[in-house]
Design a protein around this ligand. Structure first.
Ligand code: ZN
Length: 201
């Protein structure tokens, strides 16, 4: 890589930014330059927000969400339906579901999905804690909201087997035609799944 004529501090800033998801070295250089130009308006508040995040953000001891309070605001909210737990792989999935505003349930973050190729087994995920929560008599339904990938679906099967005698209904997200989707553009796997999961009209 060609040397950049910037001091070591700026080099360090660029290298750190380049480790963020979605940013390569080129975008990291642009981001660093942008931050430096917007030092007062952006860089200082960003640095302050990062410092606060380091101090205050915790992983919820019940669900694995991240928040500045523990248990998190969702677990602590009495208006949340305690009878349904939505299982997701990652906090990003929790945020996506919250943005959709489609349910008022509680969550359980696994911390990933089973992936033998990457060496991720059941002990690496919060599966035991989920099974414990599922045995709470107040819990009636476990909703598996995992990715429609091989790893996501094998994790869903694994968890379903474990919950066999927990006395809960285990459901999963439907697979099928996306909202606004045109059939002609769908891949065969999605179309076949949509046909299999058809519902009465
Ligand atoms: Zn929580």
């Amino acid at each position: 890589m060609a040397a950049i004529s910037a001091g070591p501090e700026i080099e360090r800033l660029i290298q750190l930014l380049a480790r963020l998801p979605g940013l390569g070295p080129r975008s990291a250089r642009r981001a660093a330059l942008f931050l430096i130009k917007k030092r007062e308006a952006l860089m200082a508040p960003l640095a302050a927000a990062l410092a606060t995040a380091i101090d205050k953000i915790e992983v919820c001891r019940i669900c694995g969400n991240i928040d500045t309070q523990n248990p998190c605001a969702i677990c602590a909210d009495p208006r949340r339906d305690a009878s349904a737990i939505v299982v997701i792989a990652d906090v990003a999935d929790l945020w996506a579901l919250e943005r959709a505003q489609a349910l008022n349930a509680r969550y359980h973050v696994l911390g990933g999905t089973l992936s033998p190729l990457d060496g991720i087994g059941p002990d690496d995920l919060a599966i035991d804690a989920l099974v414990k929560r599922a045995h709470d008599p107040a819990v009636k339904e476990i909703i598996l909201a995992l990715n429609a990938t091989v790893d996501g679906q094998s994790t869903a099967h694994y968890i379903t087997d474990l919950l066999h005698d927990a006395g809960v209904k285990v459901t999963r997200l439907a697979h099928g035609v996306p909202v606004g989707g045109e059939l002609d553009y769908l891949d065969e796997g999605t179309l076949a799944a949509a046909i299999r999961s058809r519902t009465p009209f």
